[in-house]
Design a protein around this ligand. Structure first.
Ligand SMILES: [Zn+2]
Length: 738
């Protein structure tokens, strides 16, 4: 009874185990029909714009594996592989049972060396599923997996997996990685000799793997045998035996944006990349003593929006500067490098033209006290001068006048990442409180060359193409920036070069962003740990590196003359007009000299010069400068006093005329041929200017007596004006006794 139960139970167990086995087999053979290579990690690999390899990264399991589809392998290579490994590959069902038994006999009975018994399918199964085929169990698993592979996949798919997994020595797997490593080229470009070398590697990768200076005899012998079989003779080809190591930051940057099994063709121009990285290394080496240890730079072709060179730090492998950090995609305070956009917006909003006179004052704004390094101020100066001299006060004043958009709205509309709201930044956004990356600056500056349109940089996360400025303001600001003089010690470059420097608060970041030809270049100098250094000044630290790179690119013929599309097609609505070279306003006929300014018809402000006026002095016509009192004061504060009778403004108490007396007849003779002019005035009056009608008579200090000799007789209106423009007058009559 008990025995019968057990035996019934045993039968049930056997049946259950058997069913489970069948079920498992069915699942094994029929579940998830993924590609063979699904789940295999391939190296992220990046090529330059002409197909040369830049960088191959190790996989998570520390291998170099570069995927190439079978269709891209040379046919002769595939035939050689089949001759070498598995002549009947297209005719068997995955396993050659006779060979398996013979190999088993040799291995386990005669204990001789393992002989090649595996088909390409079996090798692929072993490689793909990491099977140890030396044990009996492993061998069985390999056979099962091979059958399954043949059931599920085409011969092409199996062969493709083999070509991409075959061990080729060291930690190199697959023939594409091997061709790149040994010969520095992709499979399609390999020669017959090179192909034969690759074909024989997987059979004994340890013994046959060559190095740059030594070729194992096993390798040359195997190559000789194979070349005889396929017909031909070979010599060992030239060996490179290294992966390239160019544009590492850029390759890593791209690998973070997206991952792909395929080799990524980048837009890097290796020659330009070499120039930029060499110039950075040289520059940093020369200035190490003043604390400049690190720099980054990115070069963009604004026409195609392709990145041509990208150095994220001075040395990727230098841990003392945290060289692996990619400065080009890190956001930092841009200092003054966003100021050109304030001027462009002010142009678009009709606040200025290129020569509008702006005030650089020592006045602090309530929201933010701007501080030009050095604490000096320049008095009144023209818009383009204020921009290229990076004056803070005019920039803040302009920024304050902007609306719809202001600088914040502009940056938000341009796709710049702004983690805080408008109020958080206030006017300090003008001086760099909103962080941007060199890549951001590249995209923004490209709008100066692309008629105001910011397009997406190829390969970067798309922001969306958008117009951020008018073609007109983009053009005018470009021309304004081109007037920025080269840094000390540099001659003017042969191609029009516009740039803007920037220094962040605390001297943490020195920037230069600019353009020459169709290229935009952004250069940054600083420390990745954020430690400031008073050598980190945009103009003296970053601009020379910008020029070193730009000048070499020009010398080497990469740069051509540039005109934007709107400029070329004549669609640009910008006029060059004459303006008063002193006031920057439209000349009034009395202005002594003029210069050319850029003007946007229908948008730019039209204001006639109010400074120049011809007055008669002593019967002669003399040109006077009549500044408004605020500008006049500013000139004086800036140490640039203008020789000027003030006018027009009448606020505060006017000077009181003490002499001549009102409504008095002055009779002059030979003894007494002059009239005394004297006035008292407020303490802020400055100098006093005396007129008879429009005729300038004299200047005096308050309470100072000066003599005036009238040249004719009659009724006169005597006026005294102080330097704040306040005046008073009285009428006298002059007669003489001869
Ligand atoms: Zn004028």
């Amino acid at each position: 009874m008990v025995g019968a139960f057990l035996s019934r139970r045993r039968r049930a167990v056997v049946a259950a185990v058997f069913s489970a086995a069948i079920f498992s087999l069915i699942v094994f053979f029929f579940r998830d029909r993924n590609g063979i290579l699904d789940g295999v990690e391939f190296s992220a690999s990046y090529e330059n714009s002409s197909g040369g390899m830049l960088k191959v990264f190790l996989t998570g399991d520390e291998k170099y594996r570069i995927f190439r589809p079978i269709a891209e392998f040379p046919e002769e290579f595939i035939s050689s592989i089949l001759v070498q490994e598995d002549r009947r590959f297209f005719h068997h069902n995955g396993v050659n049972i006779v060979s398996v038994f013979r190999a088993a006999f040799e291995t386990y009975v005669r204990r001789s060396r393992v002989i090649g018994a595996s088909t390409i399918t079996m090798q692929t199964a072993k490689l793909r599923y990491k099977i140890n085929s030396r044990s009996v169990g492993g061998k069985l698993a390999q056979i099962l997996f091979s059958y399954r592979m043949e059931m599920r996949h085409s011969k092409q798919e199996i062969l493709e997996a083999y070509l991409n997994l075959a061990p080729c020595g060291r930690n190199i797997e697959g023939f594409e990685a091997a061709a790149r490593y040994f010969f520095g080229k992709g499979m399609p470009a390999t020669s017959f000799d090179e192909q034969i070398l690759l074909c024989v590697l997987p059979q004994n990768p340890v013994k046959r793997c060559p190095s740059k200076d030594s070729v194992p005899p096993e390798l040359s012998e195997a190559m000789g045998r194979l070349s005889e079989s396929v017909g031909g003779s070979v010599v060992v080809p030239n060996l490179v035996c290294a992966f390239p190591d160019e544009a590492i930051h850029y390759s890593r940057h791209l690998s973070m944006i997206s991952s792909s099994r395929k080799i990524v063709r980048t837009t890097i121009d290796s020659a330009m990349q070499e120039i930029v990285s060499r110039q950075i290394v040289r520059y940093v080496n020369m200035r190490r003593t003043i604390g400049i240890k690190n720099a980054c730079a990115v070069l963009l072709d604004s026409e195609s929006m392709e990145i041509r060179a990208y150095c994220g730090s001075a040395n990727f492998y230098d841990n003392s500067i945290r060289g692996q950090v990619d400065g080009n995609s890190s956001r930092r305070s841009p200092g003054s490098t966003l100021k050109p956009f304030i001027y462009a917006l002010a142009l678009d909003q009709g606040k200025i033209h290129s020569h509008t006179l702006l005030k650089d004052t020592p006045v602090a704004f309530s929201e933010y006290a701007p501080d030009n390094y050095g604490n000096d101020f320049k008095g009144p100066l023209k818009a383009y001068e204020a921009l290229i001299q990076s004056r803070n006060v005019p920039a803040v004043a302009l920024a304050r006048s902007l609306s719809n958009p202001d600088l914040y709205g502009f940056l938000a509309n341009s796709g710049v990442y702004l983690p805080h709201g408008r109020d958080f930044y206030g006017l300090s956004i003008v001086l760099g409180s909103a962080d941007v990356s060199p890549l951001d600056l590249c995209r923004l500056y490209s709008a100066f060359l692309n008629d105001g349109i910011a397009r997406d940089i190829l390969g970067e996360e798309p922001v969306g193409e958008r117009r951020i400025l008018s073609a007109e303001s983009a053009f005018v600001v470009r021309k304004m920036l081109c007037r920025n003089a080269a840094p000390d010690g540099y001659s003017e470059p042969p191609f029009e070069t516009g740039f803007k420097t920037g220094t962040s608060i605390g001297f943490k970041d020195a920037w230069t962003a600019g353009f020459f030809g169709k290229y935009v270049l952004v250069v940054w100098i600083g420390n990745f740990d954020g430690v400031g250094n008073n050598a980190f000044l945009g103009r003296s630290a970053a601009a020379p590196l910008f020029f070193n790179i730009a000048l070499e690119l020009m010398e080497r013929g990469f740069v051509k003359r540039f005109a934007s599309r709107a400029e070329e097609s004549g669609e640009l609505n910008v006029k060059e007009i004459d303006v008063c070279s002193v006031s920057g306003a439209i000349p009034n006929g009395d202005c002594p000299s003029t210069e050319k300014a850029y003007f946007i018809p229908g948008v730019s402000p039209i204001e006639k010069c109010k400074v120049h006026r011809v007055v008669s002095v002593g019967g002669k016509k003399v040109l006077g400068e009549f500044w408004t009192s605020d500008l006049l004061e500013l000139f004086e504060l800036a140490g640039l006093p203008r020789d000027s009778p003030a006018a027009e403004f009448n606020d505060g108490k006017p000077p009181q005329i003490l002499s001549p007396l009102s409504s008095t007849e002055y009779i002059l003779d030979k003894k007494r041929a002059s009239i005394v002019l004297n006035a008292s005035a407020d303490s802020d009056a400055g100098e006093l200017f005396w007129f008879s009608g429009t005729e300038f008579l004299a200047r005096s200090k308050p309470n100072e007596k000066v003599e005036w000799r009238p040249s004719s007789t009659g009724k006169r209106e005597i006026t005294v004006t102080d330097s704040r423009g306040r005046s008073s007058s009285r009428i006298i009559s002059v007669s003489s006794i001869e």
